[in-house]
Ligand binder design. Structure first.
Ligand SMILES: Cc1cc2nc3c(=O)[nH]c(=O)nc-3n(C[C@H](O)[C@H](O)[C@H](O)COP(=O)(O)OP(=O)(O)OC[C@H]3O[C@@H](n4cnc5c(N)ncnc54)[C@H](O)[C@@H]3O)c2cc1C
Length: 287
């Protein structure tokens, strides 16, 4: 199938894009890399009478860096991050994550802003930006807004963006040089969206741990973070402690997990922690 008739606009400024979106109201959609939107339009899962292509807005394709943070424009592609064309604030985490998104063809065109705006719960950048303590920035008819990445998503495919808003960029603090990370996602086949995902970042006495690919926003694992902050090595008793902390974190989140989802998330989390400690992930008992 092909989409219904639609008008296509390619503005060169964010202000112009917002104007076109306001004019089009509910019938207008932003298009960036088109990797998710075009299939949804083709399948008539999404209807639009007007597409506003933000790919012509120069500032949204740029990035900048200082000693404290990196700003990445929303139209920077997964591939640019994968190949290191963009400065890396994350000691290698972001290029690694980018390299595991879909297939090369999708990475060539798919953008970090498109991925965050769509807010598919399994999108890698949702969990990664939350784990890195990033800030998401957007602009709309009411002006510029921003929020911590971990507060950006309300539910699956539902974010703080209003219908005429444009996500403009992501601000990511630099990790300390000695910070370590581990991440693991479970997919049935390479290039597929994950069924479960975990990410752990350890910087000195502080750790951040998140689960992704859930039923909605990534889940921050506060109990697990406290536990992991004390780990210096991977020891055999750690798996049981992590499992207890994970179950407490999931109960605290109020989110529903089936037994298999819990098992998959636990596997991803254990492997992420082991990786962050510099160990090759060990297969946990029963996995
Ligand atoms: C086969 C396949 C496998 C995939 N596997 C993975 C995977 O493993 N992990 C993963 O993370 N992703 C995966 N993806 C998704 C991919 O990363 C997409 O690139 C991404 O979800 C959307 O980015 P895009 O730039 O193509 O956005 P588009 O498809 O152009 O837009 C997506 C949505 O976001 C909105 N939007 C886009 N940009 C903006 C903006 N700047 N401001 C406001 N709204 C905006 C659009 O209106 C649309 O609703 C996969 C996609 C495919 C096709």
């Amino acid at each position: 199938m092909k989409p219904g008739a639609l008008a296509y606009f390619k503005p060169t400024t964010v202000t112009e894009a917002i104007g076109l979106l306001v004019e089009g109201g509910m019938d207008a959609k932003v298009i960036a890399g088109g990797q998710s939107l075009v299939p949804m339009l083709n399948l008539r899962m999404v209807a639009a009478e007007r597409l506003v292509d933000v790919g012509g807005i120069a500032e949204m394709k740029q990035w900048s860096a200082d000693d404290r943070e990196i700003w990445i424009g929303a139209c920077v592609t997964h591939d640019q991050i994968q190949i290191g064309e963009v400065a890396d604030p994350s000691n290698g985490l972001m290029p690694k994550v980018a390299s595991k998104i879909a297939y090369q063809a999708v990475r060539n065109r798919g953008t970090i802003g498109g991925s965050l705006s769509l807010a598919d719960p399994a999108a890698d950048w949702l969990t990664t930006t939350a784990a890195l303590g990033a800030t998401i920035e957007w602009e709309g008819p009411d002006g510029k807004k921003s929020c911590p990445a971990e507060e950006f998503v309300f539910a699956a495919y539902t974010t703080q963006l209003d219908i005429s808003d444009v996500l403009t960029g992501v601000r990511i603090p630099r990790l300390p040089p000695d910070a370590t990370w581990g991440t693991y996602k479970l997919c049935r086949k390479a290039g597929e969206f994950a069924h479960a995902m975990a990410m752990v970042i350890s910087a000195g006495a502080r750790s951040r741990a998140f689960l992704g690919a859930t039923d909605g926003a990534p889940i921050r694992l506060m109990q697990t973070e406290k536990l992991v902050a004390d780990f210096r090595n991977w020891e055999s008793g750690h798996a049981a402690l992590v499992s207890q902390a994970l179950e407490a974190d999931i109960a605290e989140s109020g989110r529903d997990f089936t037994d298999i989802q819990l098992w998959q998330s636990r596997t991803c989390l254990l492997r992420s922690i082991q990786m962050s400690l510099g160990f090759e992930p060990v297969r946990p008992e029963g996995v």
